[in-house]
Design a protein around this ligand. Sequence first.
Ligand SMILES: *Cc1c(COP(=O)(O)O)cnc(C)c1O
Length: 214
Amino acid sequence: MPEPRPLSLGELEPERIAARLNEVRDVAGEGVEVLLATKYVELEAMEALAAAGVELVGENRLDSLEAKQERWGDRFRWDFIGNLQSRKVGAVAARVRLIHSLASDSALRRLEPHAQRVSEILVEVNVAGEGSKGGIDPAALGEFIARCPVPVSGLMTMPPATDDPESSRRCFARLAELAGEHGLSRLSMGTSQDWRVALDEGATILRLGSSLLR
Ligand SMILES: *Cc1c(COP(=O)(O)O)cnc(C)c1O
């Protein structure tokens, strides 16, 4: 999927972002975190997010995480939501509050030397069984969690792209069911398209990008 060109500071309106963010926060209520996915936002444009009252951001790539964190450091809390390459696990883990996207045995093994410093992690699950997509197969989840050197506190999923938010419901419901079976409390699910459905199905972290920015 081609990513849109990142937005510059001049293209963002903090007041509009704040209004949209507050609308989501009102619907979501206490106890649900709203994360802003910042892959569409240029380094200097992060200023508009700070002005809009964004607190939690999620990056997809280590290089942009490093650059943005060096520039904006403690203005935000930082999570990692992208494809987690195993050789970058240590560097990512050292920089973020929470990795949402642990999804391979090689990444899991690379986590071992950093286990003391990582308090919790989320496992990405390929609920829909899409061949092209990352994520642990639901049937392999129990063993994967048992092998993980750091505590797994929840699950994340990215349903197949669609124009109909309702078509994500089964994926979200299944993720919530898996979390229940494994005694996990965090559920990172729902994007601009389908966050209301994700909320219905028990999301605890919504990951929103485009709809808050444009
Ligand atoms: C970009 C991204 C999002 C946000 O997607 P939008 O459709 O822009 O809301 C959420 N999760 C992940 C993993 C992403 O890469």
